[in-house]
Design a protein around this ligand. Structure first.
Ligand SMILES: Nc1nc2c(ncn2[C@@H]2O[C@H](COP(=O)(O)OP(=O)(O)OP(=O)(O)O)[C@@H](O)[C@H]2O)c(=O)[nH]1
Ligand SMILES: [Mg+2]
Length: 326
């Protein structure tokens, strides 16, 4: 099998061949300009072949609350249902080295022989919250190869806002007694996520108290702009319960989105992706030449977004034309 051919690589990714998935990710993470045209070709093909029923799930929360352990349980649950799972673990600790450490990956317990489960650690890069646009490139591989895509990120405050621009459903995990997330939500610094999980609920008394506190905030904030009222789930990833309720809440949220705004949400997320590519390349100069960020966003939203590179080039062309005329 010749994985150097984009057609073969694509066919194998679509068939869920793990070696092909790893090769495709390596290509998309490659920053050498010589690879640009292959990257462009692959992303265009992958975007056209995204799995129709795929669900992109972001799992975020403070360090050590049990996100990876919970993801292990969730992944196992989906695998038993016969659904394939791809996991991206964004590793914030590796900003300096530039390469992803394998710490998180090791903590997601899985069967390496399972062909329907793929796990990849990625360096956070220099972006806030760690979701560099290269991660978005890589997501196109997962969207073509797997039914359920889970992204793990660490943080409080900014992380769920940023991850919301990448996934369909945002899950925020806390542990009993964790006050800071609650304070952030109360103060409106942090947006209320689609689903809140109180993990480590094996600490029963403290977990019950945390639930009451969180319910107060969630009920006060009411429905979000899409009309969804966020759900609170109790779990113990260590003892192995609650992840099935989380899967149910995720399924409910996905059905809700399908009936309301999934298409629009994904369209807006793609707009953000292109904006991010453009900003990284041309910074303030680019944005100002095109009349500021909101004007650029409007322009992007008007494009056919199947191929982000095509949109990127259109913007670049427009920018240089305007810059020359100044
Ligand atoms: N008591 C209890 N401990 C748990 C539970 N889930 C995870 N842990 C423990 O909490 C520690 C951290 O778990 P991880 O799953 O690595 O947490 P994480 O949120 O992914 O951590 P980072 O990725 O470093 O932010 C480990 O020692 C787990 O065994 C739980 O439900 N109950
Ligand atoms: Mg983790």
């Amino acid at each position: 099998m010749n994985l150097n051919s984009i057609d073969t690589l694509l066919a194998e990714v679509l068939a869920g061949n793990k070696i092909a998935v790893a090769n495709a990710l390596n290509l998309l993470e490659n920053i050498r300009p010589a690879k640009t045209s292959r990257i462009r070709q692959l992303i265009e093909q992958l975007s056209r072949n995204a799995r129709p029923g795929r669900h992109l799930i972001g799992i975020t929360g403070p360090p050590g609350v049990g996100k990876s352990t919970l993801i292990s349980r969730l992944a196992n649950f989906y695998r038993k249902q016969g659904r394939t799972v791809g996991i991206i673990s964004v590793d914030p600790s590796s900003c300096r080295s530039g390469g992803a450490l394998l710490g998180d990956r090791a903590r997601i317990i899985h069967d390496p022989g399972d062909s329907g489960l793929f796990i990849r650690s990625m360096a956070a890069g220099k972006h806030l919250g760690g979701l560099a646009w290269r991660t978005r490139h890589c997501l196109t591989v997962f969207e073509a190869a797997y039914d359920i895509i889970i992204i793990e990120t660490v943080g409080v405050g900014q992380s769920e806002t940023e991850i919301a621009q990448v996934v369909d459903s945002v899950v925020f995990v806390v542990q009993p007694g964790s006050g800071d997330a609650l304070q952030f939500m109360k103060a409106g610094i942090m947006e209320i996520p689609d689903i809140l999980v109180i993990n480590k609920a094996d600490q029963k008394k403290l977990a019950a108290k945390t639930k009451i506190d969180l319910e107060t905030v969630a009920v006060y904030s009411g429905f979000d702009e899409s009309g969804w009222q966020s759900e609170i789930v109790m779990a113990s990833a260590l003892e192995g319960w609650g992840h099935d309720q989380l899967a149910q809440a995720l399924s409910d949220h996905f059905s809700f989105l399908e009936n309301t705004c999934l298409k629009k949400k994904r369209h807006l997320n793609r707009v953000q992706w292109i904006l991010m590519m453009f900003k990284e390349r041309f910074g303030m100069f680019g944005l100002e030449t095109l009349g500021g960020e909101s004007s650029v966003l409007k322009q992007i939203a008007g494009f056919d977004l199947t191929n982000p590179f095509y949109c990127f080039e259109k913007l670049t062309h427009e920018m240089w034309t305007l810059a020359k005329n100044v």
